[in-house]
Design a protein around this ligand. Sequence first.
Ligand SMILES: [Zn+2]
Length: 179
Amino acid sequence: MEKWGADLYGDPCAGCGFNWSLTPEEAIRIVTGLPARYRELLDGYTGHERHPELAWNPAAYISHVVDNLRHWAEGLAGARLSEATDILGYDPDLLAQARHYNDIAPAAALWSLERAVSAWSASVTAALRHGVVLRHDARGPQRAQDVARNNAHDGYHHAWDIERILDFAGPAIFSPGAS
Ligand SMILES: [Zn+2]
């Protein structure tokens, strides 16, 4: 069985400090705040900065979060709408390669994120109400609340990755209109 959640990352997460004991509603609030959070982080940067230890740039991390939210929102919708509760894991690195994450315009990634967050929020809210439990091929049962926490951690953790990249890149360039 594949490790996931607090067992994999630690509680709190050894990297980003995410506390896994939050409620599903708090997890939803974290995810709905991601577009503004990432937009704020990228203010004054191109979004294509690199860190020597990380394969992805900020635009790529945002695109990963987009696809991860879509994947799980779709899985929860499938369970709720057609009782298709089986969900398969996917390889995020293969998806990054296929979609050329590092070359996506950050503004486009943020545009996609806003839409993915909106669909995810609706799907998770409905799944929580219906008590959806997915059956993951490698992780076992995944309740809607587990999905909400996992996905919130993914977005929170990658904000931390983006911060590390931008810290390495140096101070933001002057952006007209910034206060
Ligand atoms: Zn983390």
